[in-house]
Design a protein around this ligand. Structure first.
Ligand SMILES: O=C[C@H](O)[C@H](O)COP(=O)(O)O
Ligand SMILES: C=C(OP(=O)(O)O)C(=O)O
Length: 469
């Protein structure tokens, strides 16, 4: 993972835990970041417990290596030049209960199927980034939740408190950060094993199209594509082209760098370069609610060397965009910065052009990725938070239209999805109606595309990519 099945496996490059360098870095970072206002942090009730959990985290080995983050930065540099396309996806909020072989395998299948569809159409490499192995913290619109007249602290992700609606469950518990580390570690371990052990082998292209998705319209369309790929592989073998390098893929982990106690504890010095890396994931992003220029989250992101994303919503002004780039990527280093737009289907065509034009005029080298989920959430009559599949598609279309009109590169998509047959978003080719949302609504935060809807979206994006080739 992050490297091709061990062949070019990155060397472990980080210095030992609690080394003098790591200690000095931790002190410097906590002072600089801690001096600034930080939104969306839990109110931990017991400072001694926070201290203990952070000390445990600081003694843990890194989850990823700095060298892997550097390779991803190079891949994203290709995206910024229009030579590659990003597929980023996974749960809105991972859960501890969701760390199971089936769950991880199904998400992986979904991403691999989508990647095949996109690669075939884009004719450029698809950079695969999973929202996985760390996506445990959630920003919330309100700090409390009220049900039937009872008000409790909001659920902020399994890394902070429990989803169950009881006073005890909702108390923030810092030791959950240690559980999140172990859950991320188990997830990454299994993912690396799947990817390196043959599950991601392109020769297995049919094996990912199993169970309920196979009989759906998108699954059948996929099967036809997979047969064409079989033919292409047979042809390559016949003319003695080595197809061995198709036996594995590069896949990177990502999550929102939201919970600062956790991210700071997992930031370490890279022994090759002396530079700080957040080793909780390959790629981290700063969310729409915490991207204040004078805030703690941007300060943290500015100080680490990982590739960084920042969400930009419809209220972002061109000057704010430039200020974000100045803070996060002052050297204008290709691959360092990605703008993840999340405007809403109704706003993207008006809001995006001024930002893209300003970035181009100022010579920014950032990539642009479309998150068509977060600007399109609404509450159904049943009370379920949902999104219309048509709005998701329309936002992606608007994103492509704006970039095509301006001659810039639509660099990828960032979606909330699951490998299961859930009923959380309405519409799609195997349509889910609003009154059917309750039948399998399993997300603990925002609604995700199910596997069929995800595959269908991939085909629609593939058409957009093809029409611009
Ligand atoms: O995933 C994103 C946010 O955490 C989510 O949209 C916030 O949802 P809320 O408005 O229910 O708090
Ligand atoms: C919270 C998220 O998005 P945003 O910051 O764009 O609302 C998210 O991607 O989980």
């Amino acid at each position: 993972m992050g490297v091709r099945g061990g062949r070019d496996a990155a060397r472990p490059t980080l210095s030992g835990v609690n080394s003098p360098e790591d200690l000095a870095l931790y002190t410097e970072l906590t002072e600089a970041v801690g001096a600034l206002p930080a939104g969306q942090q839990p109110e931990w009730p017991d400072p001694a417990a926070v201290h203990d959990a952070v000390a445990q985290l600081r003694a843990m080995p890194p989850l990823v290596f700095a060298g892997e983050c550097d390779v991803l930065r190079e891949r994203l540099a290709a995206v910024s030049r229009g030579e590659a396309f990003v597929l980023q996806g996974g749960d809105c909020a991972e859960t501890f209960a969701g760390v199971s072989a089936d769950n991880v395998r199904n998400k992986l299948k979904t991403l691999l199927q989508m990647a095949v569809v996109l690669t075939y159409a884009a004719s450029v490499p698809v950079v695969k980034i999973a929202r996985l192995a760390g996506q445990y913290a959630k920003p919330r619109s309100k700090s409390t939740e009220t049900r039937d007249g009872v008000t409790l602290p909001a659920f902020r992700g399994d890394i902070v408190n429990d989803f169950e609606f009881t006073p005890g469950a909702r108390v923030p518990d810092p030791h959950r950060m240690v559980r999140a580390y172990h859950a991320s570690s188990a997830t990454l371990n299994l993912t690396r094993a799947f990817v390196g052990g043959g599950f991601a082998d392109l020769h297995q292209v049919h094996a990912w199209n199993t169970d309920f998705v196979r009989t759906s319209p998108a699954g059948q369309r996929y099967e036809r594509l997979a047969r064409r790929l079989d033919q292409a592989l047979k042809f390559m073998r016949a003319i003695e082209i080595d197809t061995d390098q198709l036996r594995t893929v590069e896949l990177y982990s990502s999550h929102e760098a939201l919970l600062l106690d956790y991210e700071l504890a997992l930031t370490r010095v890279d022994s090759r370069t002396g530079a700080p890396y957040d080793v909780s994931g390959h790629y981290v992003w700063i969310g729409e609610r915490t991207r204040q220029l004078d805030g703690a989250h941007l300060e943290f992101a500015a100080r680490i060397r990982n590739p960084i994303g920042v969400k930009v919503g419809p209220t972002t002004t061109p000057d704010q965009l430039l200020a974000l780039a100045e803070k996060l990527d002052p050297q204008r280093e290709p691959g360092r910065l990605t703008f993840v737009t999340r405007m809403g289907a109704g706003k993207i065509r008006e809001a995006l052009p001024a930002l893209v034009q300003k970035a181009a005029a100022d010579g920014l080298v950032a990539s642009w990725i479309c998150d068509p989920m977060h600007g399109n959430t609404y509450e159904a009559a049943s009370g379920h938070k949902t999104r219309r599949f048509d709005d998701v598609v329309d936002e992606v279309r608007g994103f492509f239209e704006v970039h095509r009109a301006l001659g810039t590169h639509p660099g990828g998509i960032h979606v909330e999805l699951t490998g299961d047959d859930v009923t959380e978003c309405v519409g799609g080719g195997d349509p889910i109606a609003e009154d059917g949302l309750g039948s399998r609504y399993e997300t603990v935060c925002d609604p995700r595309l199910n596997r069929t809807q995800s595959l269908e979206l991939a085909f629609l994006v593939a058409e957009l990519l093809e029409s611009s080739n």
